[in-house]
Ligand binder design. Structure first.
Ligand code: S3P
Length: 166
């Protein structure tokens, strides 16, 4: 099995956090949630960074992508906007295989938690706009496009099988 990092990208609420945990457990690999990593590294919450400016957060996110390029064998769940900068994707690809978790927005709207997500303060409509803006970026960045509309178990196994075949 490839020793490359398994990297999940996709819009907020697409299942990156949950599915990355399941993959890490099944493969017994260390897990990094990049949102948590950024908060730990800079001792600030994401809301506090966005209160300064989105760019302030994005610069720190890019620094963390650079850190990810030094790792191997990890499972990495990214923040939904990581694909906004080409350099981020280049850092992630250095040592990683990228999976785009594509969950229909109608399903995300039913269960996404908005309070800790600064970009969703305007409401769930924002998700449809973000999806329109970013879909092509996710498609361009990914090695595999995975539709997440079945069970967590199925989607986890699909990803594990793809990495196993490499
Ligand atoms: C963001 C998504 C968030 C977090 C930040 C910005 C985005 O991560 O990085 O609030 O731009 O889509 P999740 O996708 O894990 O919610």
């Amino acid at each position: 099995m490839s020793d490359k990092n398994i990297i999940l990208i996709g819009i907020m609420g697409s299942g990156k956090t949950t599915i990355s945990k399941l993959i890490a457990q099944k493969l017994n690999r260390p897990l990094i949630d990049m949102d948590d990593y950024i908060v730990d590294k800079f001792h600030m919450t994401i809301n506090e960074m966005f209160d300064i400016s989105e760019d302030y957060f994005r610069d720190r996110e890019t620094e963390c992508c650079k850190d990810m390029a030094k790792l191997t064998g990890h499972v990495i769940s990214t923040g939904g906007g990581v694909i906004k900068r080409k350099e981020n994707v280049a850092f992630l690809k250095e040592n990683g295989v990228i999976f785009y978790l594509d969950r229909p927005i109608s399903l995300i709207v039913e269960d996404v938690e908005t309070s800790s997500r600064p970009l969703l303060k305007e409401g769930a409509d924002k998700l449809y706009r973000l999806d329109e803006e970013r879909r092509q970026l996710y498609l361009d960045a990914c090695d595999y496009h995975i539709i997440n509309d079945s069970s967590l178990e199925d989607v986890t196994n699909i990803i594990i099988n793809k990495i196993g075949a490499r």
